[in-house]
Design a protein. Structure first.
Length: 579
């Protein structure tokens, strides 16, 4: 085996490099951890974006918050009470949020895409929109958008210190407590949207719904539930029914709500939650029912799974516009399908307005079923990290890659770039990817590069250790090796939609061992072998048959998946505009 392979597989070298990266990042963040800020200009640090981000990052590991979480674990209602108190300390009341005319959206997968569709539609209607989502891909300010664009560094910095200083100055009277990272950003988003006087705010739930910090919203204008699945089981419960109960917690009395079609049991739970709360819940029709011979809806986001997100967006926007007083020509179309009697009523399909048609067509949402082509290298980027979203990702990738392969000149090489975080079952996700017939599999942590950069602070995560992220990558490497060497086994029953069994195993030609790299940039440099003009060239040319195959291929297809944080690190290198 070539020397470059031995180096890349060395866990000792990888651990050494990761420790260097982590120590450098931790030192910079620690500089801000002990600072105390006030509103007096003379005591403020330099009011720069990176100063704000580094200070924000100190909230990732706030010891008081971690202790609070332990105490609240059996009393989740206290999480919302704590959020209300933090909000009050910044000078806001819960009632102030009613001014934002909120669309509140939850779900396991698709909630971000649903909000993106909705935001584009409503912006096309001439409205000033706010959009709060998570996680960010490259810079944290992506989470807070005005009229479809991340707020500027100047606005982020200005509003960050306004909120942070108010909380910091009142912490002594509250046992030194500061909100954790996501709570703080949620408060900041509310503050920004109120200050910038948006016509409406689209608020994406972080985790769950009932006890998510976004659920301090009392009077949204409309609520939505995208596709449900099993994720965050340690927080939300270990069954889809328990998860559905949590998601239905965003329903509010008298507030219309919509959901896409769900499996029978979770749909029943949502219906019961809506009835208990006093919310009118309706199920969105299939997207085909909005279409006619004269009008076929085109979506700006690729993948068949986006059609359910689009129909949910249409219903949310129609409901919001009706309350706003916009008398669009919503011509109801005949229903062509009935739901089971114990499910909620089917929402009427209607003829979308021109603004809706254009909004669906022009929607862009980075990192979700996104294709980027740089010379002979094609990147298929999707942040799938649950079983259902990975199944959708596999369907999309196989179709898109096969379509591209038909027109390729010369041999095509397929590469998987993968990482997963948190409690997710990486081996189960990797198993779903085996039928894609990858020639090479590459694993790396969600670290963009081994040297500090101007926006490195945006992607630092101090809630995991070096040992944790390294072990995860090495475990993924071993799992892939087992899957592709031994196959799925004769007794496996898991099928992809359409009846495709997981029987395709092994690398297609070279049988190369899956590789682990210390950062995203080094992984991309090995995969591209200097053929992507967007990436800096590796100073050391790689030897071996694998590197030669990548250099000589007519096309290289790279699927990046498993983690939105990994996707963000890749996009940081591929799309300079995001930085």
């Amino acid at each position: 085996m070539a020397r470059s392979f031995r180096v890349c597989d060395s866990s000792l070298l990888t651990c050494f490099l990761l420790r260097q990266i982590w120590a450098r990042a931790a030192r910079r963040s620690t500089e801000y951890a002990g600072r105390s800020y006030s509103t007096k200009p003379a005591r403020l640090p330099r009011m720069e974006y990176q100063d704000a981000v580094c200070t924000l990052n100190t909230l990732q590991t706030n010891a008081n918050y971690l202790e609070l979480v332990k105490r609240e674990r059996g009393q989740p209602q206290k999480q919302l009470e704590a959020m209300r108190l933090f909000l009050q300390r910044t000078g806001l009341r819960v009632e102030d949020l009613d001014q934002l005319n909120i669309i509140h959206v939850t779900g396991t997968k698709g909630k971000g895409s649903t909000c993106a569709f909705s935001e584009h539609i409503l912006r096309n209607c001439g409205l000033r929109t706010g959009f709060y989502s998570s996680p960010h891909l490259v810079q944290v300010r992506e989470r807070i958008r005005i009229n479809g664009q991340p707020i500027s560094k100047e606005l982020f910095t200005k509003y960050f210190w306004q909120v942070y200083n108010r909380l910091d100055e009142t912490k002594d009277a509250h046992y030194g407590s500061m909100p954790a990272y996501f709570r703080f950003l949620t408060i900041l988003a509310f503050h920004v949207f109120l200050q910038e006087k948006v016509d409406l705010a689209l608020i994406e739930v972080g985790i769950g719904g009932a006890y998510d910090c976004t659920n301090i919203i009392k009077k949204p204008w409309v609520c939505g539930v995208s596709s449900l699945g099993v994720d965050h089981t340690s927080i939300l419960g270990d069954t889809i029914e328990k998860i559905a109960w949590q998601k239905g917690g965003i329903f509010k009395p008298g507030v219309p709500a919509f959901t896409v079609k769900q499996p029978e049991n979770p749909m029943k739970v949502l219906a019961e939650r809506a009835q208990e709360i006093g919310c009118h819940l309706q199920v969105c029709p299939d997207l085909e029912q909005y279409e006619s011979d004269k009008q076929h809806l085109q979506l700006g986001l690729a993948g068949g799974h986006q059609r359910s997100n689009a129909t949910l967006a249409l219903q949310l926007c129609r409901s919001w516009l009706k309350r706003w007083g916009r008398h669009e020509a919503f011509l109801s179309l005949p229903k062509t399908e009935l739901l089971s009697s114990h499910w909620p009523a089917l929402a009427p399909a209607f003829q979308p307005s021109p603004a809706m048609v254009t909004g669906l067509r022009d929607t862009k949402w980075h990192g979700r079923s996104q294709t980027i082509r740089n010379g002979p290298i094609s990147y298929f980027v999707d942040g799938a990290h649950t079983t259902r979203s990975m199944l959708a990702c596999v369907r999309w990738f196989r179709e898109a890659a096969a379509e591209q392969e038909r027109t390729a000149e010369g041999p095509v090489v397929r590469v998987l770039l993968f990482n997963a975080t948190g409690e997710r079952d990486s081996a189960a996700l990797l198993k779903l990817l085996v039928p894609c017939q990858f020639d090479f599999a590459v694993f790396c942590p969600n670290i963009p590069e081994t040297v500090s950069s101007s926006n490195a602070a945006d992607q630092q995560n101090f809630n995991v250790t070096v040992e944790n992220i390294l072990t995860r990558c090495l475990d993924n490497q071993k799992s892939w090796w087992r899957l592709t060497e031994q196959g799925a086994g004769p007794g496996e029953e898991l099928l992809l939609p359409g009846g495709l069994p997981l029987v395709e195993v092994g690398m297609r030609q070279w049988g190369a061992k899956p590789l682990v790299f210390p950062c995203i940039l080094s992984a991309l440099q090995w995969i591209t072998q200097g053929r992507d003009p967007q990436l800096p060239c590796d100073s050391k040319p790689r030897a071996g048959s694998a590197a030669r195959a990548l250099r000589e291929a007519g096309a290289v297809q790279v699927l990046v998946t498993g983690s939105l944080h990994l996707v963000g690190g890749v996009l940081k290198h591929l799309d300079p505009s995001l930085s």
